[in-house]
Design a protein around this ligand. Sequence first.
Ligand SMILES: Nc1ncnc2c1ncn2[C@@H]1O[C@H](COP(=O)(O)OP(=O)(O)O)[C@@H](O)[C@H]1O
Ligand SMILES: O=C(O)[C@H](O)[C@@H](O)[C@H](O)[C@H](O)COP(=O)(O)O
Length: 167
Amino acid sequence: MGVSATGKSSVARRLAELHECDFIEGDDLHPRANVAKMEAGDPLTDEDRWPWLARVAQTMREQADAGRSSVVTCSALKRAYRDRLREDVADVWFLHLHAPAAVLEDRMSRRTRHFMPVSLLASQLATLEPLAPAEHGRVVDVTPPLDDVVAAASRALAELLNESPGA
Ligand SMILES: Nc1ncnc2c1ncn2[C@@H]1O[C@H](COP(=O)(O)OP(=O)(O)O)[C@@H](O)[C@H]1O
Ligand SMILES: O=C(O)[C@H](O)[C@@H](O)[C@H](O)[C@H](O)COP(=O)(O)O
């Protein structure tokens, strides 16, 4: 989880490889209208996001039913969105990727061929409800180079798996 350009896709792909599980890109599950809206520079509303979150949750459930572990990218900006994702699957851990706005703005402006304009970062940051201490997860600082972030995320994931009663 995390706002745009925190490295959700980059980190999740590498984590999935390291931990030999499936990688699921939440952005691929957006209805077309959502992508068009973001491309046009309009932030999504709750009404736009619920059907998307339902598809993400359904995919997570299908993976779990098939006995497959997965790393899923989803901005999951609000607590209520994360609660929706937890509804259908018991073992869900969140890694909240975090960095100062200036770092993210720089990364967004360098990223090519992506539907998310830099102008939407402010609304993403305004919407964000950081992962709360009571939520099952960890916050990871993504300011360092990708290899270091992946190592930190992997350590956090291992800790979370150890803490899990079902692990
Ligand atoms: N730790 C990092 N250091 C430098 N650049 C990074 C790092 N993590 C991601 N990036 C780059 O920042 C951009 C945003 O990353 P991306 O994985 O697309 O983020 P998100 O999926 O959260 O929007 C990409 O161009 C990516 O290559
Ligand atoms: O790669 C990115 O820039 C983000 O992942 C981006 O696509 C966005 O965060 C959500 O997919 C849109 O939905 P939200 O407005 O809920 O973040």
